[in-house]
Design a binder for this molecule. Structure first.
Ligand SMILES: [Zn+2]
Length: 81
């Protein structure tokens, strides 16, 4: 995955098998394994199993869990902020 030629505000869809290596590559893996990240919609703690979507916005990563409702709301929410 190449992030260099993409905009800051980018929705990333990561394949299940690649979540761990992807999170390590962006230095977010520790946050996930230490339960420091919550779904931006329902606030559930994000872990490797329920990881849904990630958006980088203003240099920060925002997550949603793998629930379909959250993914939909998340996309709208992130676009409008
Ligand atoms: Zn959620």
């Amino acid at each position: 995955m190449n992030l260099n030629n993409q905009n800051e505000e980018k929705l990333l869809v990561v394949h299940e098998n690649e979540v761990e290596s992807f999170l390590k590559s962006i230095n977010e893996y520790e946050n996930i394994t230490n339960s420091k990240v919550n779904c931006s919609v329902c606030n559930v703690v994000i872990n490797i199993d329920n990881f849904g979507l990630i958006i980088k916005q203003n240099g920060r990563y925002h997550y949603s869990c793998d629930k379909k409702e959250c993914a939909n709301i998340f996309k709208i929410k992130m676009r409008s902020e």
